[in-house]
Design a protein around this ligand. Structure first.
Ligand SMILES: Nc1ncnc2c1ncn2[C@@H]1O[C@H](COP(=O)(O)OP(=O)(O)OP(=O)(O)O)[C@@H](O)[C@H]1O
Length: 582
């Protein structure tokens, strides 16, 4: 796909608008080209003595009338052509957003948010500028420039040729500078992306920055990035700044030639004084398209660089992709079969190896193990955030990679380890876009997630706004809202990553009672707290990406030293906590 293909549909959609805008622009150009003719008429009548006040007033009136029409048509082209560039901008922004949503966790693991923000703002603005003012400048350069040259040649071909001497230099220098602008503009964009990412990270992690006194360090880094950004911009400005004076010098040379040679032609009577004045007016009209070429090169180069960068994102295909002929799965029992699975994150060593297991539909699996042993990685494969590097995972006998992704996601509810919340209300976080939430269903969910008393404590109850990433809630409250989201609209499979890590023993007890009371769901829970998994039919003990032991709670207490010792310590802690409550 060429980069231009990204914006072609929006040009097609707006063809009539573009055509009308170009028509208005051509009218403006035509009217501008007539004004020197009127001036010539007035000057010649003055020099040959035929001018009268009425005659001159009529010429003046014509110029005013033309100026008014130029104003009206200029409004028209701006509305149509600049308007089109806004449609292009909107279209490509919507497309970019939709495309990003199709990409998978691997892409976001290796892409900086600052880069994406820069694409979504600066790059799209550059494309808008290039497609809006770009079209205008190209049309002006071709039509106004071409016609002005035509009129000049009509007045005196020899003089026109002389006035054209600087033109090849203008073309060559715009090409020369254009290439350099392209490269330097790319550097500027990269510099800005670096700053955006740094600021985002500093604001995101403001608590750590403050508490650890890292303000100076973060500030210093920003200053270094800012200095570098200025340096990159100055490099660009040196190129841009050299081009404009060169353009002005070259067009000034053209004027000097006309004044010198054209003046002699006028004295010799080869052209009339009116022609001489009109010629200089045409040269004045030509100056804008000539200078616009320099500006245009910059504009187009920037737009092209931005379009190229966006094209790279649009070329990214999700690795977790829909199968060529995806299998629809209307209903599932929730049976998982994991067969000799290995998995590695992008460019990293394997984090899961030789994983084989089965979970019966409606059954439950607990996963425990030390930090970094691969619990979350295994859950990520079950919900198909990633695909295994080797081996296979089947749901109801169908490989996950063959199941229509929409169906797979419909049958699974997932609570990630990080209880990520949207910035809206508690209710919106639980129910999503379901605005017809039945009060009883919502109430049951809230009870199951042990959220009722928390919500009652808030003045606005369910309508309490949780702030960016749930900043207004405590860690435990966020976790329970995230749990409620997973429980709200039950599906045959429920997968929970460390669901009770931030709640006290009693609350955990209440939540687990509700979870294990749902006998019709396949339940997979990874947790550091064995209380969460002890009632599971089957429990895996993970170690360094492999299954170290498996069995039910009683078997593991007997057979696995790590499990036994961790359980003993956790039981002790729970007893102490209970005693404190009593
Ligand atoms: N996005 C990632 N890219 C590269 N490596 C990763 C990524 N996420 C996790 N890892 C690595 O994968 C390994 C397994 O991580 P995982 O999160 O599955 O462990 P875990 O058992 O869930 O740990 P915890 O109990 O701390 O949540 C770790 O070594 C971790 O460093």
């Amino acid at each position: 796909m060429t980069a231009f293909a990204l914006i072609r549909p929006y040009f097609r959609e707006n063809l009539r608008r573009i055509a009308l805008g170009l028509l208005f622009l051509l009218c403006v150009d035509a009217l501008q080209l007539f004004i020197p003719r009127i001036i010539k008429h007035a000057v010649d009548s003055l020099t040959d003595g035929t001018a009268t006040s009425l005659f001159l007033a009529r010429d003046g009136g014509l110029i005013v009338g033309f100026a008014l029409l130029i104003g009206v048509f200029r409004f028209g082209w701006r509305h149509c052509l600049i308007g089109t560039s806004r449609y292009v901008e909107r279209g490509i922004r919507d497309d970019l957003h939709s495309h990003l949503l199709t990409l998978d966790a691997r892409y976001f693991d290796t892409t900086r948010t600052g880069d994406l923000m820069s694409h979504a703002t600066n790059d799209i603005t550059n494309i808008r500028m290039a497609t809006g003012m770009g079209i205008v400048a190209v049309t002006d350069a071709v039509m106004l420039g071409g016609a002005a040259i035509g009129f000049m040649a009509w007045i005196h071909p020899g003089l026109a040729m002389m006035a054209m001497i600087p033109m090849p230099f203008i073309v060559l220098s715009t090409r020369f500078f254009g290439k350099r602008m392209h490269a330097r503009h790319k550097e500027v964009q990269e510099g800005l992306a670096g700053i955006t990412e740094h600021v985002r990270e500093a604001v995101d992690g403001i608590q750590v920055v403050k508490v650890f006194g890292r303000g100076d360090q973060v500030d210093g880094r920003l200053r270094a990035l800012s200095r570098d950004y200025v340096r990159r911009n100055l490099k660009l400005a040196r190129v841009t700044g050299s081009l404009m004076p060169l353009m002005i010098f070259l067009s000034g040379t053209g004027t000097a030639i006309v004044v010198g040679y054209g003046g002699r032609l006028t004295i010799a009577g080869n052209i009339s004084p009116g022609d001489f004045v009109a010629f200089i007016s045409y040269l004045g009209l030509l100056t804008w398209p000539m200078m616009a070429m320099g500006w245009l090169t910059n504009l187009i180069q920037r737009g092209k660089a931005s379009l190229d960068r966006l094209a790279v994102i649009f070329e990214q295909a999700p690795t977790v992709a829909e199968a060529e002929t995806p299998i629809p799965l209307a209903e599932v029992t929730g049976r998982f079969d994991v067969d000799d699975v290995a998995f590695a994150f992008e460019g990293a060593r394997p984090v899961l190896e030789e994983i084989s297991l089965s979970i019966n539909g409606g059954g439950s699996l607990g996963i425990v193990g030390p930090p970094g042993s691969g619990k979350t990685a295994l859950l990520s494969l079950l919900v198909r955030l990633y695909d295994p590097t080797s081996g296979s995972i089947r749901l109801d006998g169908v490989p996950l990679s063959d199941i229509r992704i929409k169906d797979l996601r419909r049958h699974i509810r997932f609570m990630p380890q990080e209880p990520w919340l949207f910035s809206g209300s508690i209710e919106e976080n639980i129910c999503g876009l379901d605005t017809t939430a039945a009060p009883e269903k919502l109430q049951q969910t809230i009870e199951a997630a042990s959220l009722a008393s928390t919500i009652n404590d808030f003045k606005d109850g369910l309508h309490t706004i949780v702030g960016e990433k749930g900043v207004m809630l405590s860690g435990g409250q966020k976790q329970r809202v995230a749990l409620a989201r997973a429980l709200y609209d039950p599906a045959p499979i429920l997968i929970l990553d460390d669901p009770i890590s931030q709640v006290d023993t009693r609350t955990a007890h209440h939540i687990l009672g509700a979870l294990f009371g749902r006998t019709d769901q396949t339940l997979v829970i990874a947790s550091h707290r064995f209380a969460a998994i002890r009632s599971c039919d089957d429990i895996l003990v993970m170690e360094e990406g492999r299954i170290r032991a498996r069995g039910n709670h009683d078997t593991l207490v007997e057979t696995d030293a790590y499990y036994r010792e961790t359980w003993r310590l956790q039981s002790l802690a729970m007893e102490i906590e209970e005693a404190d409550h009593a």
